[in-house]
Design a protein around this ligand. Structure first.
Ligand code: GLN
Length: 219
């Protein structure tokens, strides 16, 4: 296991002003239940989203890892494309991990439907196939205030048939890069995107960062 504080070291519920907030996790396909488990550790009311009307009372939304082509097909079938787009444009925090990041992107270099709300150019399956999945420790300066005791330990990132961010628009901040300069995490106001899967590690700092976006208000 990576050398980071496991969940039981965190006074999660005490430290988070986001108790009683409601965060939806798009639950059409993919690893939505892992996100939900972590959100609940923070005392957040986490719900699975499959219908447009469920978006109405959310304070924030996560789109998980999975298969972005399947997200697009099912979101279309469930009448979710426009409501999701409107939610992203409402200023409430939205976080896409891996396939969720692809789904947020304006440009993925091919004719595959996405929400097209985040000004990033993404390359799908950029590191190869499933066998080329990998893990690595990343420096994420934005987490400096979130680590236990204010330290900024590296974030152990799991990449599974992961996309990379080829370029970002001028309103987008780069949050993390691989050693070779490849962008793997970015933020545009209320929109957060990571190529990797923080929901599959025992390090809750990125979830906490996202929940701080809720409490700070980022519209
Ligand atoms: N390769 C997948 C896609 O294109 C994403 C993989 C993942 O979410 N782990 O949607």
């Amino acid at each position: 296991m990576p050398n980071v504080s496991p969940f039981h070291d965190w006074k999660i519920a005490d430290a988070t002003p986001t108790r009683n907030q409601t965060v939806g996790v798009l639950a059409l396909q993919g690893d939505f239940s892992e996100h939900i488990k972590i959100l609940r550790l923070f005392g957040v009311n986490a719900i699975e989203i499959r219908k447009p009307e469920q978006l109405r009372d959310l304070n924030g939304l996560i789109m998980p890892g999975g298969e972005s082509t399947t997200f697009a097909k099912l979101a279309d079938a469930f009448g979710l494309i426009e409501p999701l787009r409107a939610f992203c444009n409402s200023g409430k925090p939205v976080w896409g991990t891996c396939a969720g990041m692809i789904f947020l992107a304006k440009d993925i270099g091919r004719a595959q439907p996405t929400l097209g709300v985040m000004d990033i150019k993404v390359k799908r399956n950029a590191f190869g196939r499933q066998l080329e999945s990998f893990e690595m420790d990343l420096q994420i300066p934005a987490l400096a205030q979130i680590g236990a005791n204010g330290t900024n330990q590296p974030f152990h990132a799991i990449f599974i048939r992961a996309p990379l961010i080829e370029s970002v628009g001028k309103n987008v901040d780069v949050l993390a890069k691989l050693d070779d300069g490849t962008i793997v995490a970015a933020r545009q106001n209320n929109l957060l995107a990571t190529s990797f899967h923080p929901e599959l590690t025992r390090d809750p700092r990125l979830h906490r960062y996202f929940l701080q976006m809720l409490s700070k208000g980022v519209a």
